[in-house]
Design a binder for this molecule. Sequence first.
Ligand code: SAH
Length: 347
Amino acid sequence: MLTKGRKLLSQSALLGKSLEELTNWVKEQKQPAYRGKQLHRWLYQKGARSLNEITVFPKQWREQLEHQPIGRSTIAHRSIAPDETRKYLLRLYDGQIIETVGIPTAKRLTVCVSSQVGCPMACDFCATGKSGFTRNLKAHEIVDQVLTVSEDFQQRVSHVVFMGMGEPLLNSEEVISAVKSLNQDVGIGQRSLTVSTVGVPNQIPRLAEEQLQITLAISLHASNQALREQLIPSGGGYPLEQIMADCRDYVKWTRRRVTFEYILLAGFNDTPDHAQELAQLLRGFQTHVNLIPYNPISEVDYQRPSKKRIQAFQSVLEDANIAVSVRYSRGLEADAACGQLRANQNQ
Ligand code: SAH
């Protein structure tokens, strides 16, 4: 399916720009148009970090452009969990640090990208929110994370999930640009891209407008409004009823299913009654529910439910004909699992 045209970017970094934009840029530099294609290939396929590396360019031009920013980060730190998940702390041009995770499985390499430095949502169970919010990422800073992981694994990235630091829909325009670049420039299929959100008013319709074929995942985490507001402070400004209505419209517009994520916190939202209530909330909705057993963080004392309890919750949903899976997060040992990301080298 065709996606709407990409907005021309004014930022100076070259990464994140489309073939058309790069071609315009080389023409501005009084170079022939075909150099745009070369530049595109060197940025996205060969991972050039400076223009001086691009040996197909004339030497004199390369030297002139040595200081032109490309927009790549540097790896400040990397840790590898026993399950081979790799967590990176990446240093951005202004010294800010973000986290990115590379998750290899037999046939896939999934990258979990950050969309903001920190996060203002302050969800009670999430480590990222505990250290506050610094700034939004630019589209190229999101694309860079994927290239960096691909280079480190020396492997093509097959999937990208926006489940790192930050709330993607508080940074919708840059996230949408990044999604388009990952698809058109890096070559990752739209169906292999997932944007996860706790919900931001008006932003689900904004995303729907783009008619992308990506997966939208909603971090629901509660089966009723009161419970949700205890976990997610921003939940009060965007009632469940409105979120569900926006999701229904999203499905109509995009013809894609919406996925719901539900973190399981022992004794808080994990009883069979909660599961019933959740099934009721999702009635008539073609969906998939991802149950995420809580990953411990130090600031709060929630507990992960027992396996038995998780299975009981799952069964109630299955009996209501809801497709459901349990996501045992990977990378726990490296503090790289869902909700454990924070820009701290000393954890
Ligand atoms: N802000 C976005 C994306 C980042 S979080 C969102 O909320 O969807 C990615 C997923 O990890 C979300 O579903 C989030 O709720 C979940 N998560 C956060 N903290 C967690 C924790 N301690 N244990 C398990 N999952 C967690």
